[in-house]
Design a protein around this ligand. Sequence first.
Ligand SMILES: [Zn+2]
Length: 115
Amino acid sequence: MHEVSIAQGLIEIAIDNCKKQGYKNIDSIKVKIGKASGIVSDSLLFAFEALKTGTIAEKANLNIEQIPVSGFCDICNKNFTVDEAYVIACPICGGSSFKVETGRELNIDEIEVSR
Ligand SMILES: [Zn+2]
């Protein structure tokens, strides 16, 4: 499962950061995940809960912010956002010449730590 290795990576980065700053506990990790990233939030949460046990992230909450898929259309020159995880055509003019600008991200936004 894809989400397990992502959760593992998140925990490792958070632990690394926490230790470098001289802190002992991770309180929360906030991530931004694009809808088009293919990552299932529930699976990621599940994997995170399982993997954090026994680490300094044991008490940490994983907060996931979903980023919608948006893009810019070259035909009508407008920005658009869609509810789906993919874009087939510009929702404004129906054109097929567009750039997807958000929705693929997987970023750590914030790591809260304490002593
Ligand atoms: Zn358009």
